[in-house]
Design a protein around this ligand. Sequence first.
Ligand code: MN
Ligand code: MN
Length: 297
Amino acid sequence: MSDVDFSDEKYEKHREAGEILAEVRDDAAEMVDVGVSHLEVAEWAEDRIRELGGEPAFPVNISIDEEAAHATPAPDDESTFGEDMVNLDIGVSVDGWLADTAVTVDLSGNADLVDASEEALEAAIDLVEPGVETGDIGAAVEEVIDGYGYNPVVNLTGHGLGHYQQHIPPNIPNRAVSQSVELEVGQVVAIEPFATTGGGKVQEGSDEEIFALEREGSIRDRAARKALEQITDEFKTLPFARRWLDVPRAEMALRRLKQRDMVHGYPVLKEDDGELVSQKEHTIIVTEDGCEVTTRS
Ligand code: MN
Ligand code: MN
């Protein structure tokens, strides 16, 4: 037996975050349909998380077709869903203890691409126990997706979840890799297979609506200073959306903060070949003999 106390407050808060998130993810996925507004779905989900007693751990990501991650509506966004591959990636924080989940809703007639990432995630979860190699989890993900005739996205990975930290070691690869570590009892980890009809790599696009604090410091510009105050008070080191800033001239403020390396952006990640991407993600706690999935409905 390990000395990890799974009734610890930290784990209780991870579980609470996961429970809120499972409900919000399922309801948000129900809302996704042709003609529905991206902004409406994102804001509904973020408000609902707060109503249920959490905070969004990051802006609701709504990635369409070849977008894999880091897309969220702009403040005045008028986009609506078409016959798209729609990937919702949502996070909840309860006092900085996190849950992270994603689901893909297919409006494009490519349901088996969604099945590929879902089945890959289940295969990965089945392998989890203390001592399992992350490389073996990646190999299982790759094998399932390969079996569908698709490719895993190899330069996106799952990750550990820390206190107010969205991405900490270990990385959980989406393919067989030689450099691998063992999962340990008590770790909280997000596993997130991506499947694509393309070659399996993403690169940064030019759009950027999600940001996070890099370092604190003083800045002369008034709008930038106001923005920095809100960021350090409300979001801390967690990612935030431009539309969450309550300051006038938010775009200019963010540009100034980026110039000073006080804030960094997360450009939208797109599949290299412009091909469709699906994603499925759960957060798990590694237990003595397997794992507990905190974001299962
Ligand atoms: Mn996620
Ligand atoms: Mn994640």
